[in-house]
Design a protein around this ligand. Structure first.
Ligand code: FES
Length: 255
């Protein structure tokens, strides 16, 4: 079930330049939200801007808070980053389908701004081994929080400024990492190489896609991605990332 809530801003802070951490009090959404889902936030500044989909990084059901960590990339996200404690903002959620959590060993693989949704996923997983592989261009974030809930955390950076110099799949090959399930989120090119790694090593893999979205509720088709199977409804090889996704089994979508 989805709700529209007039959420109260609990806090806003920058984790680093351009990466903002926003906590919103929206108890109905928090009660139903699952890791891997997203919320739509409406820039409430009188300008007719579309809502922005932002993946959920944290869910506090007891207090009724949703935490998001996003990159400031345009007018909408700039407005959100400037919200102050006590401000009100309109939020729709929880949207889309999240990860299917199972109790086997887990590899959580994130790239850049695809890292935040894996944090709540790691917290909710009840399994005997959780390994996180977090890739960044440079300047990693959230690593300490992953370290608190995972058995091992690997960091990669493109420029080698921290951790392994290279990408997440190169690190996984080097370390020969395996698990019963891969949970991933990141740029398409990362998901493509990751799903090839998963296939080669016989590991089921869930990918969360980062397509551009508009309506966020399945109505406008702005977010379709190519699927391997024909859609029952439209008879084409399409899936709506906002509705059928953003999380898919890797073999369901063309990367
Ligand atoms: Fe409109 Fe997905 S964003 S259908």
């Amino acid at each position: 079930m989805k709700y529209v809530e007039n959420a109260r801003v609990v806090s806003t802070e920058f984790l680093q330049k351009g990466i903002c951490n926003l906590v919103l009090e929206c108890p109905k959404i928090a009660k139903d939200a699952k890791p891997g889902q997203f919320i739509e936030i409406y820039p409430d500044n009188g300008v007719n801007l579309l809502s922005r989909p932002i993946s959920i990084c944290g869910i506090d059901v007891v207090v009724g808070n949703i935490r998001v960590v996003f990159q400031v990339v345009g007018k909408g996200t700039d407005i959100f980053s400037k919200l102050k404690k006590g401000d009100k903002v309109r939020v729709l959620g929880p949207c889309g389908n999240g990860y299917t959590l199972n109790d086997g060993t887990a590899l959580l693989v994130g790239g850049g701004i695809g890292v935040p949704p894996l944090l709540e996923t790691a917290k909710r997983l009840d399994c005997k081994s959780k390994i996180a592989v977090l890739g960044f261009r440079s300047n990693p974030f959230l690593v300490n929080e992953f370290a608190r809930v995972c058995d091992r955390v690997y960091v990669t950076t493109d420029d080698g400024s921290e951790g392994f110099k290279g990408n997440v799949v190169q690190l996984m090959e080097k370390e020969n990492l395996t698990a019963d399930m891969i949970y991933s989120c990141g740029p398409k090119i990362m998901l493509k190489f990751l799903s090839e790694y998963a296939m080669k090593n016989n590991i089921p893999c869930q990918v969360s896609m980062e397509e551009r979205m508009a309506c966020g509720i399945g109505a406008c088709l702005a977010c379709v991605c190519k699927s391997t199977q024909v859609d029952d409804h439209s008879k084409v090889h399409n899936k709506r990332v906002c509705k059928e996704g953003p999380v898919f089994n890797a073999e369901e979508v063309e990367l």
